[in-house]
Design a protein around this ligand. Sequence first.
Ligand code: HEM
Ligand SMILES: CCOC(=O)c1cnc2ccccc2c1N
Length: 293
Amino acid sequence: NEVQFAASNKLKNTNYQNVYNDIANVIRENDEHDDYIGSGPVLLRLAWHASGQFDSKQEIKGGSYNGTLRFDKELSDPSNAGLKYAFDLLKPIYKKYNHQISHGDLFTLAGVVAVQEMGGPKIPWRYGRVDGDIETVPLNGRLPDANQNANYVRNFFHRLNFLEDKEIVALIGAHCVGKTHLKNSGFEGPWGAATNMFTNEFFRNLLTEKWVLEKNEAGNQQYNNDKGYMMLPTDMALVQDGSFKKIVEEFANDESSFFKVFSSAFNKLLENGIKFEKSSPVLYFKTLDEQDI
Ligand code: HEM
Ligand SMILES: CCOC(=O)c1cnc2ccccc2c1N
C-alpha cells in the first residue's frame, strides 16, 4: 500500500502564520455561531472528519491528503452533517491563497487553529497535502458510531493506527468543546454547559457527575445529568473500561498530561498515511493573543 508523498509548496513557512491568522480571525468574526459557542468546535470537527476516514487496508485510503471532504460526495455522508458550515467559512481563505494551499492542508490547519485559539495545546503541523480528484473520495461510513461500547472504540482507533489507549482517550477529550445537535447526529446537548475553551473538563465531568441513561427525542440513548450536561455512549465507554478509566483519571487530575498526549495524537491523526520529506519543516504557530492581535 503506497503512501502519498507530500509535495513542497509555493507558500514559504512564514506565510503559513498568515493563513493561521486568517482562519483565527474567521473564528473571532463568527463568535455568534451556535448560541455564541462560536465556530472553533465545528472547525475542529471538520479537521478530524477530513482525516478520520483513513483506512490503510482499503484501495482508496482516505485521510487528509487528498482534501476529499470538499466534494459533496463525502460532505453529504450523514456523519458529516453540520460540517458544510465549517467548509463555507474556509472557502474565502482558499480563494485568497489561490491554489497556494491545498484543501487538505487548509482543513487540517483549521483544526490546529481551532485547538490553539480555544486555549488548547500547541499542535505541530506540516504542509504538502495535494488535492486529489473525485476518484480519491473514500466510501462513506468510515467515521465512528456514537452508540457503541469501549471495545468498538478501541478497535475503531486501531484502524487509525492508534494502538495506545492514552492516545484514544486524549483524542476523544476534544469533546470538551462544542455540542451535539439533534438535527446533525440524533444527539442533543450539553445545554448551557457547552464550551469553547479547550480544557480537561470533559474528563472531570465523566468522573464527578451523576449520569442517567435516557432515550432522547430522536430515540437514541444518551447519558444526561441534572445540570443539562450530556455524554454519548462512546464518551461513557471511557469510564466503563478499566484501562480507559485509569487514563481518564490521569487527565482529569493533570491537564498538562492531557495536552501533551492530545498534541501528538492530533498531529498523528492529521498526518495519517502521508510521507513527508525529511526536509519538510514542522511548523508551530503563535496564537493571535501571543501576537498581540
Ligand atoms: C468514538 C469517537 C467519536 C465519536 C463517536 C464522535 C461523535 C460525535 C458526535 C455524534 C458529535 C455531535 C455532532 C453534531 O450533532 O453536531 C460530535 C461532536 C464533536 N466531535 Fe466527536 N466523536 C468522536 C471523536 C472525536 C474526535 C477524535 C474529535 C477531535 C479530535 C472530535 C471532535 C468533536 C467536536 C469538536 C465536536 C463538536 C462539534 C460542534 O460543536 O459542532 N470527536 N462527535
Ligand atoms: C465539557 C462539557 O462538555 C461535555 O461534557 C461534552 C460531552 N460530550 C460531547 C460529545 C460530543 C460533542 C460535545 C460534547 C461535550 N461538550
